[in-house]
Design a protein around this ligand. Structure first.
Ligand code: GLV
Ligand code: MN
Ligand code: MN
Length: 419
């Protein structure tokens, strides 16, 4: 691991970038250091304004699409060439930290500023992309912006999305000033020549092995399943145990079945999580009549992941019959894995070597906007360590040295790709 504090810009240290990350982290719906920045919230809109101002200060030309994806372009000398894309997201799940997504956005911007200050003249434009709602918090589906760019989620499917309060995407877009036709969000394949995303690892490997950067060869296949259970509510004292149709007791069996199904593959790459459990009416003296579960299942092997989903669905059928509750399942998304591009990986590897950074190839178990960018452009990802592998928590942390190493490699890679 590098120990020196890198000088990223001539006469400037990494401290500028770290200050920007800290400033962005303070734009939160929760009390700092907790970062909660749900898409289209007031905090999300303030964070967007902050990042757009930084992009404008760097002389980038800013364009926003109908769903709020932000494109900030550093114009290359040959406008006939397709741009190189880099970037990530700035929305954050509830109770999150500072670095997930934001390192790729502000680190990408820093890489552009470093190149500008070195007097580098890109032949291809370099475009920083800030994707809308990589996190699934509001609408239950991850990578909303990049999913629509890749036309994996159609405008009609997007119109059908509702948040917890029943707000439609169009209502929220209108409120936040994104009013164009959703049809215009999809990008033609080839709109980007190549795309490279810098991100924290969100796992422990790089730190444990003392490696500066990870080169992501594959992104695991994510799926999410919504399970609704309807039983029979009633008075917690008056309703006797025989014959109860307790929706939460039934749901608890399903939660354990998710864990068992994920473990049953015997593969370290299979993971299953129930991260949402909403109980109605949610009163201590009332038998739960309705429960909504949201289940996240992932694997780098898409077929193996699908077998886990089958097991979960058959557990639902079994519980439904035994407990006389009604269970419905709805597949929110079941995406295939993505493979990263060998040419970009080679450029990242060469750049790491030239920058004196150690690197290793690895898979990403988390999903990223690159999973969908891979449908319309060659992509690769660059990981930096995060302390103890912690992510999606307020104590998420990456040292300035780790961030500096990632940006350093990104600077060189963008220079090569844009030349
Ligand atoms: C992205 O945030 C993920 O859940 O992998
Ligand atoms: Mn995340
Ligand atoms: Mn992320």
């Amino acid at each position: 691991m590098a120990t020196e504090r890198p000088n990223l810009r001539p006469n400037l240290s990494i401290d500028g970038l770290i200050d920007e990350l800290l400033t962005l982290g303070r734009i939160s719906e929760a009390e700092p250091p907790i970062v909660t920045r749900v898409v289209f919230s007031e905090a999300d809109m303030r964070a967007r304004a902050y990042v757009k101002q930084l992009c404008a200060d760097a002389g980038l030309t800013i364009h926003e699409d109908a769903i709020g994806n932000i494109f900030a372009r550093w114009q290359g000398s040959d406008p006939t060439l397709k741009p190189i894309g880099t970037g990530s997201h700035i929305d954050a799940i509830p109770n999150a930290g500072l670095y997930d997504g934001c390192v790729g956005v502000l680190g990408g911007l820093e890489a552009i500023r470093v190149l500008q200050q070195f007097g580098f003249k890109p032949r291809r434009s370099i475009e920083l992309v800030i994707f809308t709602s990589e996190e699934p918090t509001r609408f239950g589906i991850g990578c909303l912006g990049s999913r629509m760019m890749a036309n994996v989620l159609t405008p009609a499917q997007a119109q059908a999305l509702r948040d917890k309060e029943g707000h439609t995407l169009d209502e929220l877009r209108a409120e936040t000033g994104f009013t164009g036709a959703l049809e215009s969000v999809a990008l033609a394949p080839g709109r980007f020549h190549q795309f490279v995303e810098l991100h924290i690892e969100q796992g422990p490997t790089l730190e444990a092995e003392g490696i500066d950067v990870g080169l992501v060869t594959h992104i695991a296949a994510p799926a999410s399943l919504r399970i609704t259970l309807e039983g029979e509510g009633g008075h917690a004292g008056g309703k006797l145990m025989p014959g109860r149709k307790d929706a939460l007791a039934a749901a608890s069996e399903i939660i354990l079945a998710v864990e068992a199904a994920a473990k049953s593959t015997g593969a370290i790459d299979t993971v299953g999580t129930v991260g949402v459990c909403e109980v109605f009416p949610g009163a201590v003296n009332s038998v739960p009549s309705r429960v909504k579960l949201e289940v996240d299942v992932r694997d780098i092997d898409g077929a193996r992941r699908d077998k886990v989903l089958d097991k979960i669905r058959s557990a639902c059928t079994d519980v439904e019959q035994r407990r006389s509750v009604r269970i419905t399942t709805e597949m929110i998304n079941a995406d295939p894995p993505a493979a990263c591009d060998e040419i970009i990986l080679a450029a990242l590897e060469d750049s790491a070597k030239a920058a004196g950074k150690t690197c290793k190839r690895m898979v990403s178990r988390a999903y990223h906007d690159s999973l969908f960018m891979a449908r319309i452009a060659p992509v690769a990802m660059l990981f930096i360590p995060c302390r103890s592998g912690v992510s999606h928590r307020p104590d998420e942390y990456a040292t300035p040295e780790w961030i500096g190493a990632g940006v350093h490699v990104l600077v060189r890679t963008l220079a090569v790709l844009a030349s």
